[in-house]
Structure formats: C-alpha cells, structure tokens
Ligand binder design. Structure first.
Ligand code: PBG
Ligand code: ZN
Length: 324
C-alpha cells in the first residue's frame, strides 16, 4: 500500500500541522544535531541558529514546546571521522540524530511532530547527495542507502522521513521498506520540487555538507525549468506515496507553490531556506523591521498555498508573538 491518508491524521499534533489554517500551527523549527555533550555552537552565517549536542537540543526543544512550537525538523551534522564515501554512519542507531528522536518521542509521544532530514550529503566524505560510481551519482545505489537511513529514523520514532536527496523513485522505495518493516504510521515528506539553488549556502556551512567537487545540478531541479517539470515531480512523489509535498526554496518559487498546490491533494510544504533567512536578517536593522519582514514573508507562503512552513524564523516569530 503506497497511499495511506491516515498518516497525516495519526496524532492531533500532525493534524494541527497539516490542517490548521493559522501560520503558527503551520510552522516547523529546524535544528542541527551534533555529537558530544554540552555543545551549543553558533553558526556565523545563521545568527540565532545553533549546532547542538543531544542534551542541549532536548533543552531547546523543551522550551520550544512550552512556547507552543510542536513541529521540529532535525538535521544530522556528522564529524569528519564519521564520514565515508557510502554515508554508512547515517543509518546507525547510535548516532546523535537517532538518539535524539528516540528520547524526544519518549518525552513527548504524540504531542510532538518530528521530521528528520534523509540525505547522504551530511554523511559522505565528498559531500554529494548520492553514492558515486564510475564518476557519477548512482541513482539505485543511492536509493538503497536512503532506505537504510529512512528505516533507522522510523525505528527511532520519526513522524515524517523527509527525503531531500532528489533521486528518482526514492519515495516508492522508502514506502516499501516502511511497509515491509511494519511502520504503517510513519509519514514521508518529499522534497519534491527542490531547485539547485544558490540560497543554500549558510545551511551547507551549518551542516558541513558542501560538495567537495562539482555541484548538485544532476539531481536538483534546474532553476530555469517551468511549471510542468515541477508538477511532474510533485505528482510522481504523490503517486509513490508522499504524505507531504515540499517546494524549496520558498521565496523565489511562490508561483510554483501556487501551481503545485492547485494540482496535488496532499498538504504542501515550503522550505524558507537558509539564504532567505540570512537575507531577511541582514536587511532588517532592528526588531520591529524584522517583525514586519518576517510577517510579510510568512503571509506570502500562506497566500501561495502552503500548508506547512519550515522556517528558521519560527522561534523568534512565536516567542515574540509576531503572528496573529
Ligand atoms: C540536504 C539539504 C539541503 C538543505 C536541506 N536539506 C542542502 C542542499 O541540498 O545542499 C538546504 C536547507 C537550507 O538552505 O536551509 N540535501
Ligand atoms: Zn543532500
């Protein structure tokens, strides 16, 4: 079974994220998880966002939960010595991301929505989103490793496996693995319409995931491509069993968000990416101007048709009560 409409309704927190029309309920806070203990390091290109070890992450998320931020996206950041050409550590249950998910789920159960980024680029020594074979990213080898990672996140208790790799057929393959292992309530958020954008720079600093050679043009979408390609990607992922369809970046592709959300039946998410976040921060001199800009940006996502908004602005917008 590829299509399981119950997944988005499984818990109240999932229903609030996907179906409540308010901006606050739509927001997802991203986090970067590192190894070690007591680590809470700032990321110079992303003021306000830190890389944290599991203990510090739990403190941060507990404060977020008190503020009413119930949805969280976790990105693993691996130590250099844990990286190899096959991303083999990414699916290890003892890694910080898997441990964090397990602990958060035992603390909050169905009251939290945990989305976990599944890609190879944070775990490969070359920084590519796939496994390289004969000097090319091998689609099938990459998909099989993505399935191992997805399964480890499901075992830890993730609500949504968030596939950000852009390999062909990965949603179908991940769904089959989840089904065969009995994870019938684990959702899949597909980064369906992900462009090879120049707005990911600060993230790659944060996650230490910049490719050491070449670029991501062979799998991420061409910034010049039209609506038909975006719709093809979205509809394909929906047919393969994606529970949420993501468009990324957000601000430069609002027209695409509208086109896709008019066509698909599943909830649509946007990723308000790191470069967009930094752009707003660097062009707003004080809190009031930042508030005005962030509100305008978030409303534009809603107007374009976004149900779910992944944004680094989440914590500040919620904690300072900027939203109606
Ligand atoms: C991993 C991934 C990236 C982002 C999310 N998941 C970077 C990339 O594709 O290079 C970007 C997020 C951001 O810029 O905030 N594939
Ligand atoms: Zn990647």
């Amino acid at each position: 079974m590829n299509i399981r409409p119950r997944i988005n309704r499984w818990t109240k927190a999932r229903r609030d994220l996907n179906f409540d029309l308010s901006i606050k309920s739509s927001l997802v806070q991203p986090h970067f998880v590192v190894s070690g203990e007591g680590i809470d390091e700032t990321i110079s290109s992303m003021p306000g966002i830190n890389r944290q070890s599991v203990d510090k992450l739990l403190d941060t998320i507990s404060k977020d939960m008190e503020l009413g931020i119930k949805s969280h996206m976790l990105f693993p950041v691996l130590d250099l010595e844990d990286k190899d050409s096959y991303a083999s550590k990414a699916s290890n249950m003892d890694m910080p991301l898997q441990r964090a998910v397990k602990q958060l789920k035992s603390l909050y159960g169905g009251d939290i929505v945990l989305l976990t980024d599944v890609c190879l680029c944070t775990a490969t020594d070359h920084g590519h989103c796939g496994i390289i074979h004969n000097d090319e990213i091998d689609n099938e080898m990459s998909v099989s490793e993505l399935c191992n990672i997805a399964l480890s996140h499901a075992k830890a208790g993730a609500d949504y496996i968030s596939a950000s790799d852009m390999m062909d057929g990965r949603i179908n393959a991940i769904r089959e693995v989840l089904e065969s292992e009995g994870y019938v309530s684990t959702g899949i958020l597909a980064y369906s319409v992900k462009y090879a954008s120049s707005f990911y720079g600060p993230f790659r600093d944060a996650a230490c995931s910049a490719p050491s050679f070449g670029d991501r043009g062979s799998h991420q979408m061409d910034i010049r491509s039209g609506y038909s390609e975006a719709i093809l990607e979205a509809v394909t992922d929906e047919g393969e069993g994606a529970d949420i369809i993501m468009i990324k970046p957000a601000m430069t592709y609002l027209d695409v968000v509208r086109q896709v959300s008019d066509v698909v039946s599943r909830p649509v998410a946007v990723f308000n990416v790191s470069g967009e976040y930094s752009m707003v921060l660097s062009s707003s001199p004080d809190e009031d101007s930042r508030k005005q800009m962030v509100r305008e940006v978030l409303h534009s996502f809603k107007r374009a048709g976004a149900d779910v908004i992944v944004s680094y602005h989440t914590r500040e917008a919620v904690s300072r009560d900027w939203l109606d």
